[in-house]
Write a protein of this length. Structure first.
Length: 194
């Protein structure tokens, strides 16, 4: 699979007024951990939405993804069921079309996405905030080795992946070293910012 991102059926006007918070960063940075803690802190808040990504690889305990086959992924993509979709590391990833309705209703939608979709997403949605979660290379390497997920492929390939595009620059960066709870609170402040 290529790493070509796509926004399905780009609308003529930007979708909003809700806010789309895109959480990006290298594998092993702890994106899903921080998102999970932020989601728990927002439980019961109807204005915050944390959609489940659709992914073509086996789900793990660390992520809240909907696992589908490549065939089901392609069929859903072709049927326009995804708002955003991309391919990376040999897998397909997507956010469901339902996020558009949440954003039109004025809600904040928080999602873990590829850095490759930022530019296209900024063109489609009215209010986009990009939060980069990072960590030093040695920390990323240790985390990837510890999770030992066969679908990760070569750790060096994941660590060497870069996106050179000024339009993909984050609005905020969180260095996720130390207390995950502390950094989740930092993410939560960013999410809740008006």
């Amino acid at each position: 699979m290529s790493e070509t991102p796509a926004i399905s059926d780009i609308p003529p006007a930007a979708i909003g007024p809700g806010r789309l918070v895109l959480v990006v960063g290298p594998s092993g940075a702890g994106k899903d951990t921080l998102i999970g803690l932020a989601r728990a802190a927002c439980a019961g808040d109807v204005h915050m939405v944390f959609p489940r990504r659709v992914v073509t690889r086996e789900a793990t305990a660390f992520e809240d993804n909907a696992q589908v086959s490549f065939e089901a992924f392609r069929e859903a993509r072709n049927n326009g069921e995804f708002a955003v979709h991309w391919e990376a590391h040999g897998h397909g990833y997507a956010l469901p079309r339902a996020i558009d309705d949440e954003l039109r209703a004025g809600r904040t939608v928080v999602a873990n996405v590829s850095r490759t979709v930022i530019e296209a997403t900024r063109r489609v949605y009215a209010d986009v905030m990009v939060v980069s979660i990072t960590a030093p290379a040695e920390v990323l390497s240790q985390r990837l080795a510890a999770r030992a997920r066969s679908s990760d492929g070569q750790i060096a390939d994941r660590l060497g992946r870069a996106v050179d595009n000024a339009a993909a620059a984050p609005d905020v960066t969180i260095s996720n070293v130390g207390s995950a709870e502390h950094h989740a609170q930092e993410l939560l402040r960013i999410i809740r910012r008006g």
